[in-house]
Design a protein around this ligand. Sequence first.
Ligand SMILES: Nc1ncnc2c1ncn2[C@@H]1O[C@H](COP(=O)(O)OP(=O)(O)O)[C@@H](O)[C@H]1O
Ligand SMILES: [Mg+2]
Length: 420
Amino acid sequence: MVKHDLKILFVEDDDLMRNTISNVLKKNAETVILASNGKEGLELFKQEKPDIVITDIMMPVMNGLEMIHEIRRLGSNVKIIVVSAYSEKENFLKSIALGINNFLIKPISYKNLLNILEELANIIQLEKNVETEKQKKLQAQEQLKIAHAELENRVVERTQELAVANQQLIEFQETLQDKIAKSVTEIRLKDHIMMLQSRQAVMGEMIGHIAHQWRQPLNTIGLLTQSLLFSYRNSNLSDEMLEDRVNKIMVVLEHMSETIDDFRNFFNPNREKINFSVESVVQKTLSFVESSFQKHKIELELDIEDDCQINGYENEYSQVLMNLLINAKDALVDKIENNRKIWIRVSRRMGKSCVEIGDNAGGISAKIKDKLFDPYFTTKKDENGTGLGLYICKTIIETKMNGYIDFSNDKNGAVFTIII
Ligand SMILES: Nc1ncnc2c1ncn2[C@@H]1O[C@H](COP(=O)(O)OP(=O)(O)O)[C@@H](O)[C@H]1O
Ligand SMILES: [Mg+2]
């Protein structure tokens, strides 16, 4: 037989009976504690906390019923087996009222005793199992609670972290916006300065033009003034003659002043987009450079295939043409001696205006073609080149007027094309 993992308290006043039964019990249970009356039994019960109490009823000092009563009063529902004589029926009934689990009638049948023990052992084991399960469940619930609390803490922490990160992001965005705004202002300022610098290059050409334009009228004024002096000295200066000469001089001066107005107009950037004819701007721009080109023995060839009206900034467009013409002139003067030629073609391509400006200076080498439109890129020595001309051309045509500018080489030289 297997020994049960049980602690049994056996309370019996009869020494012989106690020893005999205890021997049987010891074979079947791990621990057996013995007491010889109810009082002793109650003490041992409190100390040892047995799984089963087997007790006689009639005992000195404290009887079994009183002991059971006390045990139950302690709140314990330990398994209790009552042992008594058949004649003590009354006591059995009382003990049942106290909530006992089984009883044995003296003389005790070992078989009965062992059966009851077996049965109780099973019940106790089951109860223990239930208890462990209950404990486990409680433990799991406790862990779940802890995990839940931890999770909540983490959520709170993460939320705070996120709030901080978000704040940083907002601040970062604000600084970024500030920085961008500052950069944009700087770029605008830089562009503006570049525009002014590039205009200066064109201005040299314009002054040359004015000087040339003025040479003839200045000469005329000189002659008219001298003729006045001559007539006066010879005393044949009539009123009519004086008036005629002064009128002539005034016409010439008027003409000279127009040249200056043209010049001033050219240097006033347009504030608003207007419709203008490409051909007329080309003609006007050519008139500004003609004189200087004649001086350098450059032949100008203008071919108007088709004129177009475009919407944009007229003066800026003219400035682009001027830059391209000056670049062509510079290349020609630098590279070839005779037969210098610049051609301009005005046409329409797929409904858009097209102006091509070509020369016979030999073209642009592949080595520098990627840098051509970069600001400050120049191959010209010293103060001859600012490297801003083509950069400004690109800004005006592509950024301000939504057009397109590029170049290619033909067999004679570079060809710049503007499409708007
Ligand atoms: N028609 C051309 N033929 C040969 N080279 C040219 C021509 N146009 C421009 N380039 C080259 O492009 C460079 C940049 O031109 P640009 O931006 O106008 O600056 P810059 O005229 O001040 O040098 C010039 O230095 C020159 O090397
Ligand atoms: Mg230039």
